[in-house]
Design a protein around this ligand. Structure first.
Ligand SMILES: [Zn+2]
Ligand SMILES: [Zn+2]
Length: 295
């Protein structure tokens, strides 16, 4: 059997087993280009108990299976870097072990097993930056991001209040017609959470036990250093004063063709002189009788 036939057989078997859970794209020559499968832990189809997932992407070099496939894990969710790195190590070992034989199904099973084992978010809460401890109540969004329920509630309430404040400042015609849509603080996907339920959650343990913030001498030193840096940057023009910028009507730029203006100018500002002055950022208040209409 040729290499191509062997690969075709492997892919057909995969599609028969995994059905919609796997997708294979082919190049213009009909060779498999990319095999993709999003893998979840085995939780006996209890989707709401799947806390982690990852998408496996496999590219097959022409010599596959006599050489190793190129494997990548995309969008690992609920997994910290060290868990992902360990997974990559096991994948590499499996590929070496299966050199010369079909390995894709083995990889999928390996990843699924590993996800089932670590089916608890090992990442931090993106709001408070503390880990998830035993007993903490946490929420998984539809986009597979994790937050302490307490943190997510506070985040949603704050963004909603901020949204309302911004809306209140706008004239009626500019107000959004749609109401507030909560979005994930990490990836900005729209999320729908039961806010009333989140509201009842207790603060995460690590946050409760955290020491009160104190300005230490180290912090003071850092503050002083930052203050100096700020003044230095300001003196170099590196800090933009937003308020001053908003009141500025014209930008000051250097004119490269200064003096090349109208040489037959009448007394008073000619078009050329006016242009040069505008470029220098100066402002003209024309007397009404000048007949010029630059507005
Ligand atoms: Zn948190
Ligand atoms: Zn998200």
């Amino acid at each position: 059997m040729s290499i191509k036939e062997r690969v075709q057989e492997e892919l057909e078997a995969l599609e028969a087993i995994l059905m919609d859970d796997i997708s294979v794209t082919y190049d213009e020559k009909g060779c498999p280009k990319l095999i993709k499968s999003t893998i979840f832990p085995s939780t006996a189809n209890e989707v709401n108990k799947q806390y982690v997932c990852a998408t496996l992407e496999v590219r097959l070099p022409e010599e596959y299976p006599d050489c190793e496939p190129i494997v990548q894990l995309r969008n690992p969710r609920g997994l910290d870097d060290s868990t992902v790195n360990d997974l990559y190590k096991s994948i590499k070992e499996k590929c070496t072990e299966y050199l010369g034989q079909p390995v894709i199904y083995e990889l999928i099973e390996l990843i699924r097993e590993s996800l089932t084992e670590s089916n608890l978010p090992t990442c931090q809460c993106a709001v408070c930056l503390y880990d998830f401890s035993d007993g903490d109540s946490f929420t998984k969004t539809q986009c597979f991001h994790y937050f302490h329920s307490f943190c997510l509630y506070n985040h949603l309430e704050t963004t909603k209040r901020h949204y309302q404040e911004e809306q209140d400042k706008l004239p009626t015609w500019q107000k959004a017609t749609k109401g507030f849509q909560a979005i994930c603080p990490v990836c900005r996907e729209p999320i729908n959470c039961d806010v009333e339920e989140l509201k009842t959650a207790l603060p995460p343990k690590d946050l409760e036990n955290a020491q009160n913030f104190e300005v230490t001498s180290d912090l003071r030193v850092l503050q002083d250093r930052m203050k100096q840096l700020f003044s230095y940057q300001k003196s170099k023009g590196g800090i933009i004063d937003i308020e001053a910028e908003e009141n500025k009507l014209l930008l000051i730029t250097e004119s490269t063709d200064e003096g090349s203006g109208d040489t037959n100018a009448d007394p008073g500002p000619s078009d050329g002189a006016l242009e040069a002055d505008i470029q220098r950022g100066q402002r003209y208040d024309y007397p009404v009788h000048s007949g010029l209409n630059y507005r």
